[in-house]
Each structure stands twice: as C-alpha cells, then as structure tokens.
Design a protein around this ligand. Sequence first.
Ligand SMILES: Nc1ncnc2c1ncn2[C@@H]1O[C@H](COP(=O)(O)OP(=O)(O)O)[C@@H](O)[C@H]1O
Ligand SMILES: [Mg+2]
Length: 379
Amino acid sequence: MGTPFIYGRIADSSNFTNRKKEVELLKRNFSSLVNTIIISPRRWGKTSLVNRVAQRLAEEDKSILICQVDIFNCRTEEQFYLAYATAILKVSHSAWDDFAASVRKYLGRLLPSVTFSDMAQTCELSFGLDFKDNKMTFDEILDLPQAISRDSGKKIAVCIDEFQNINEYDDPLAFQRKLRSHWQKHTDVCYCLYGSKRHMLLDIFHNYNMPFYKFGDILFLEKIPKEDWIEFIRKKFSETGKEISGELCGMIADRMKNHPYYTQQLSQQVWFRTGKIASAEVVDEAFSDITGQLSLLFANIIDTLTPRQINFLLAVADGVTNFSSKEVLIKYQLGTSANIKNLKKAATEKDLVDILPGNRIELQDPVFEYWLKYIYRTR
Ligand SMILES: Nc1ncnc2c1ncn2[C@@H]1O[C@H](COP(=O)(O)OP(=O)(O)O)[C@@H](O)[C@H]1O
Ligand SMILES: [Mg+2]
C-alpha cells in the first residue's frame, strides 16, 4: 500500500486540507477579475492552493480559463516569454492539434516550432532566432491572454508561480514596467502572482515608487492550523488501517510548528514505522531521523555564515524578541545594536528567517531551528 502522506509535490484532492477561506477568496477574485498576490515562505502551500482553485473553477465556472505558469527555471526574459506563451496557448486549447493551430494563428510571425511528445500529449514551444531582437513580438506575447479572451469569449486568470524570479533578469525594473503597462489594459484577464521571497515581493508590490504598486490584493498565506492537522493525520492513519491518537497527531504538528511540508513528512515517517498503533517513541524516532538526514545540509549553511550571523540565528531560535536590549547583545555576542539591522537583513536575504506581520521574526525551517538549539549548540 502506498503512503497516505505526500510532500515535495502538489497536494491535491484528498491530500489537500483546510484552506477553505483562501480557496473561496481566490475563486471570488478570479471570477471577478481581481488581481491577487500571494506571499508565504517556501513549502507552505502556495502552488497547491492555486492548483486547487484552478481545479475547482474548471469544474464550477465554464466562463473562465485558468492558466498556470511556473517561472522557476526562467533565468532570462526570453525564457519567461517562452514559458508564458506556451502555458497560455496550452490552456486555451485542450487538444494538441488545436495547440498547433493556435500557435500559427497567434504567433505565426515568430516562426515558432512546436514539438510534440505523443505519449503524454504534451507539446513544447520554441522560437526561431529572430525572436530575440524583435521587441514587437514580446508585446504580442504579453497581450496573448487578452487576444485569446476576446476570441474565445472567456475570461482568463493567469497565475505566475515563483514571480520573484523576475528580479534576476537583466533590467528587472524595466521589465516590471513593461508587464504592468500591458497588463493594466487587459479588460478580461486577471493576474495572480505568487512567490516566496517576502522582502523582494513586498518591494515589488508594496513600494510606492514601483510599477506594481497597488496592483492587487495581497494575501499572506499562513501555515495550516494544528486542529486541521490533527484531523487530517488521524483520518489518513485510519483510512489505511492504522491508529494514532489525537495527542500524538498534535505532537507531530507541534514538532514541525505546523509547517505544511514538514508536517506531512514527519507524518509519513511515523506512518512507515507504525505497525498498528502509533506511539510517542515512534514520533521521537522519526523526528530524529529527519533531523539526522538534514544535518549535513544545515552544517553547510552554517559554513556560509559569520559567527555573528550564527549567534543571531541562535537568538531567533531561542525566541528572543528584543534584539537591541543590552543583555541580549551581550549574551549572544551580537556587537552593538547598530548591527542588528544588517544581521536581520542578511538572514532574510538568505531565506533563513521570515519577518512575520507584527515584526515577529522566526526561523523558516523548524528542523533547522531544532538542530541549531539542541545539536549545533551542544557540540
Ligand atoms: N493544503 C494542504 N494540505 C496538505 N498539505 C499541504 C497543503 N499545502 C501544502 N501542503 C504540503 O506542503 C508541501 C509544499 O506545498 P507547495 O504547494 O509546493 O508549497 P509552495 O508552493 O508554497 O512552496 C506539499 O508537498 C504538501 O506536503
Ligand atoms: Mg510552489
């Protein structure tokens, strides 16, 4: 029997729990063409959430098409346009021969070539050389959703995953200006932009001087609450002929601080080790195993940090809030209070901590936090 928990992949159908409010909000925004920005640390469930909404709307609302573009691997603007055009043409035509026809119709002047893999009925798009210097064609690609919407009579929601990656392109600001100037003219299209670098995304969407200022609703996705995990884990165990108490489910969620990816991973490890009835020892064992597997990775992270940066993380792990107090500065050897801003910035940019609403600061990775406190420190 396969394991009932999944992690590192999109959580869908029965693997998807909670998020009722968020699903409703996004469905409403998409249907009424309100742009939405979703921000959360990695592996909290953004991709799964948008995927869920896309599936639900596909069943419930035939007047809208949902297009999902993942730009994680797009390192240049050109790659962005390719991924973008491919995703939009794909969603607008379900059968692959239609896809070829629409490529010819909408992008014929670009001399694109289309390759098909028959088995999976998927198609990839690539462009000829003249694509690169032809600015005109970039504009056409950005206007594709509106053109398709006009021809099909359907609304379109374009969802772009890992949006913060556009900051790696040659001239991010010019690129943002270009996107914004096209997108704001699209009357039947809305955009959902999401990603995990909170500070970078806030700079794009929350900064008065930036092109995307006030582009849409900003949703800060939260972790999944403990009560939902308890119900979810219990159900998964009982559906597969095993038993676990509510208390132990709560212990799993607590250990991982309700982190979606890790809670699923720990649940899976406990499930594997459980014959019939789960025990606290098994939860401990599974947690140590996961920590052990990751310790080399954590040691590598430590190697890239200065002693003060490490001390700062230890203070965060201990739950310190007032970093500029004299006792804290001395106890953790952080230097003067003037350093704190830089230490925070470095840790945020390295994606090690997250500054939460209310200026709370937290280590992003609950296992790393445990490792710092109880393994690294005692070495
Ligand atoms: N709604 C959910 N219900 C259950 N598990 C989830 C949910 N959302 C996310 N997860 C868990 O978290 C992991 C990461 O989710 P993902 O959507 O890829 O996050 P992100 O896009 O924010 O990095 C999933 O593989 C799954 O284990
Ligand atoms: Mg994702």
